[in-house]
Design a binder for this molecule. Sequence first.
Ligand SMILES: NC(=O)c1ccc[n+]([C@@H]2O[C@H](COP(=O)([O-])OP(=O)(O)OC[C@H]3O[C@@H](n4cnc5c(N)ncnc54)[C@H](OP(=O)(O)O)[C@@H]3O)[C@@H](O)[C@H]2O)c1
Length: 331
Amino acid sequence: MNMRYHVLGRTGLHVSELGIGGHEYRRWLNPNHFNIERDDKEFYNTQEERNTLIKKALDAGINYFDTTLKEEVESLGLALKKWDKRKDAIVAIMAIFPFKKLKDSPKSRWRDIILDEIEARLKLLYTDYADIFNVHMPEDNYTREYFTFVIELLNELKGMGKIRAIGASTHEPAFLAELIRKYDCFDTVMVGYNYFMKDAKDILFPICKAHNVGVVVMKPISWPYYGIPISYFQENRNIQYNYTPAQASIKWILDTQEVSTVVPSVNSIQELEENINTFSIKEPLDENILVECLKTALSEKGKEILKRLAQHPYKDISGYAKKALDGWKVI
Ligand SMILES: NC(=O)c1ccc[n+]([C@@H]2O[C@H](COP(=O)([O-])OP(=O)(O)OC[C@H]3O[C@@H](n4cnc5c(N)ncnc54)[C@H](OP(=O)(O)O)[C@@H]3O)[C@@H](O)[C@H]2O)c1
């Protein structure tokens, strides 16, 4: 097995350098995937495929699983239960917009709101603990009061063993760096970092290193446009590179010493295998493949590709392509 493991900062957890993100479920959802009802029939009909995918991942040594939506937790929970592997898996959970829920509720309900979110996810995981609970920073409704409340509660839950570590996910590395500098309240961070989006290396990773905060990288393949994999912008396939665009992205990220694990979403076994095979390639990475894909993505040709993708049968791809054409930038 070629999988390597890194210690995830102060959590002491040994995480596989390749993990898995949870967004493969977006295929059944619309581009505003946080707001849509799932298709139950489709969900359960396709669970067998995801069980197989998770088994393949576990067999390859992958032990880190990020989740956001309840569907992601439920599906992972079913697969881990089927293979009896919950104890071998490191699972990160989070709540969707918890600060908004606090804003819309009386203070007397706040504790229950957060506890209910966590309990619901633990139930879906058939477990009484989560390895990491991620708080998204900054959520639109961020206030210091909500933040302090949530962190204090999470610390309490950590003391009880209900969660093992407190993490933060962010699209704004500078903001998160500031919170860590001020409060030193996170054990891990999950941040977008890739060949196009390099800010975190200078802004966030040094403070993480100083405080022994573990670094998880999200969005490794979908850049420079949110939700659109860079592989769609590979033009000249006659040039032989050792790494595919997805593999090159993963390799480039993991060559950054501060990164412990990277969590690409995968929609198929083939994608998973391609990502796993990154570690069988012994040759050094030729970054030109990334340079070329990025150049195409940012050119007029890239715009043409986005226009084609805007007609893609998968709603997530067409939705994100339209947003990219509209100049949408993720916050
Ligand atoms: N908490 C947060 O705020 C937050 C936000 C964003 C992401 N995340 C986490 O980070 C994870 C990853 O982020 P992401 O899904 O936005 O972006 P990503 O992992 O960079 O991109 C995933 C997409 O890349 C494509 N892909 C995967 N393997 C491939 C391969 N070998 N070859 C070609 N294409 C491949 C797939 O799309 P196709 O099948 O279309 O090719 C897949 O949907 C998420 O699942 C989630 O766990 C968290």
